[in-house]
Design a binder for this molecule. Structure first.
Ligand code: Z5A
Length: 217
């Protein structure tokens, strides 16, 4: 029976460079011989990607916060059942672009849904499943918004105002502060090379802890 894999998530507010650094981390882990599943939330499965489309699209009908929350957890339930759990059970590492910390940050911090409601759904949908390690990319909101605005058309979340993203950031930082050992805070306001030096260090640590050191890192 293979050893259970490691569940790594990457989190952060708008424009912090998640996509850029997910690609860096993926390459770094693959180069080290890690058997890896790379995925994202909302999404990952066919149903999850359809729900993602509904969540991100700009629509004339305002989406109520509870609907948003339930769609996110519906996508997550399918994602865990179809992809995440089977991969971890088979000994693969899972690298996921956002997970439930984003729900605390956006739906609770940003939209104002009670954290207790998120916790109930977390328990229902995930059981005891939690990430083993979360890289939290953090940058001041104005820097993130400036970077994200340079990408063109804005989705439904990206159209929110500064105070929404300030609450998202504050919630993420609070989670990291209160969340025990699983969070690794990365200063994403630095130039990319320095951000990736920080990520590289975390990567070495993870590989060392999981006895993959000595392989090409
Ligand atoms: N959402 C939610 O509400 N609740 C949930 O539970 C979950 C999600 C799971 C989609 O997520 C939305 O879903 C998200 C919250 C909601 N909406 N928002 N906002 P997403 O992860 O797909 O969307 P995103 O936040 O836009 O992620 P992204 O595409 O990874 O964007 P990013 O962090 O901005 O990354 P980027 O594209 O790599 O970087 C942006 C630009 O900055 C780009 O031009 C880079 O070249 C540049 N960049 C990156 N790093 C640097 C540095 N260090 N210096 C200078 N420039 C840089």
């Amino acid at each position: 029976m293979s050893r259970r894999g490691l569940f790594i998530t990457v989190e952060g507010g708008e424009g912090v460079g998640k996509s850029t650094n997910m690609a860096f981390l993926e390459q770094r882990l693959r180069d080290s011989g890690v058997d890896l599943l790379v995925t994202r939330e909302p999404g990952g499965t066919r149903l999850g990607e359809e729900l993602r489309g509904l969540l991100l699209q700009v629509s004339e009908e305002p989406v109520c916060a509870t609907t948003e929350l339930l769609l996110i957890f519906a996508a997550r339930a399918q994602h865990i059942h179809e992809l995440i759990e089977p991969a971890l059970a088979a000994g693969k590492w899972v690298l996921c672009d956002r997970f439930t910390d984003a729900t605390y940050a956006y739906q609770s911090g940003g939209r104002g849904i009670a954290a207790a409601s998120v916790r109930s759904l977390e328990k229902l949908v995930q059981g005891t499943l939690r990430p083993d390690c979360t890289l939290l990319l953090d940058a001041p909101v104005n820097i993130g918004m400036e970077r994200a605005r340079g990408r063109g058309e804005l989705d439904r979340f990206e159209r929110e105002q500064v105070d929404f993203f300030e609450r998202v950031r504050a919630t993420y930082l609070q989670l990291a502060q209160e969340g025990g050992g699983r969070y690794r805070l990365v200063n994403a306001a630095q130039p990319l090379e320095q951000v990736q030096q920080q990520i590289d260090k975390i990567c070495r640590e993870l590989l060392r802890c999981h006895h993959l050191e000595g392989q090409q890192v």
